[in-house]
Design a protein around this ligand. Structure first.
Ligand SMILES: CSC[C@@H](O)[C@@H](O)C(=O)COP(=O)(O)O
Ligand SMILES: [Zn+2]
Length: 245
């Protein structure tokens, strides 16, 4: 039950209907369901990481600093799309749960949606972090993780409308440097997307990865394929095997 003080700050109409649905595919149900899976895969533990979905002219966003695996549909924020990325003000939200703040990843998710994504996933997967450390000698705008001649590369698109990468192609994922605050990664993400317009993911050094897709299924399977490849690369490195031919 909300206190009198909560009532005072609650919007007159909080559009709760936007997150209420019996459909398991509704974004307000899917985000908690996906985050439970991602938690079990080590992608969103300790409140890190998250996911966001664009559905028609609405963006569904998780709250900040919560146990992502325990999230419920009523905890989800909603933005009208398109929306202003800056300033990220409370009034930009057409639905905001009491006593919660929207994810610090919001401007990064919005950057992926500006790029045409339907879903964006942010993980703190240790495999993603490790590959950024293995290529740490490379800094600056050209830093990339590269891998070739591994079957799972075929799970990553060549670019929008260009089909999937082939077995003999080289997959390149740009790496940007981490910043003290999540939202300050936004300009680095934008720059990497401009430099690599066909990419569907950007690694963040010593932090994790942002992966997006045209829809939820594509974002999820692309993120799974990348995580598989990162783990493989780390294990190959341990065995002294080069992962780029
Ligand atoms: C373990 S804290 C991690 C956060 O600083 C951030 O990197 C993150 O991924 C999640 O931010 P959040 O605002 O909780 O959605
Ligand atoms: Zn993060």
């Amino acid at each position: 039950m909300a206190s009198a003080q909560d009532q005072a700050v609650a919007p007159a109409n909080n559009n709760d209907y936007l997150v209420q649905s019996d459909d398991p595919e509704h974004p307000a149900n899917l985000i908690p369901e996906l985050c439970r899976k991602f938690y079990n895969w080590g992608w969103v533990t300790g409140t890190g990481g998250g996911t966001s979905i664009r559905h028609g002219d609405h963006i569904f966003i998780a709250p900040s600093g919560v146990q992502k695996e325990l999230m419920k549909s009523e905890n989800i924020f909603v933005l009208q799309w398109p929306t202003k990325k800056y300033p990220a003000e409370e009034r930009n939200y057409i639905r905001r749960p009491l006593k919660l703040n929207p994810s610090a990843c919001t401007p990064l998710f919005l950057t992926a949606f500006e790029h045409g994504a339907g879903c964006c996933i942010h993980t703190h997967s240790q495999w993603a972090v490790l590959v950024t450390l293995l290529v740490e000698r490379e800094k600056g705008p050209d830093a990339c993780f590269e891998i070739s001649t591994i079957e799972q590369i075929k799970g990553i698109p060549r670019g929008k409308g260009k089909g999937m990468l082939g077995y003999h192609d080289t997959l390149r994922i740009p790496i940007i440097e981490n910043t003290a605050f999540e939202e300050d990664l936004t300009s680095g993400l934008e720059a990497a997307m401009n430099k690599y317009p066909d990419t569907y993911a950007v690694l963040v050094r010593r932090h994790g990865i942002y992966v997006w897709g045209d829809n939820v299924a594509k974002a999820k399977t692309q993120c799974e394929s990348l995580d598989y490849l990162f783990q493989l690369a780390v294990e190959m490195h341990k065995l002294g095997l080069p992962w780029v031919k």
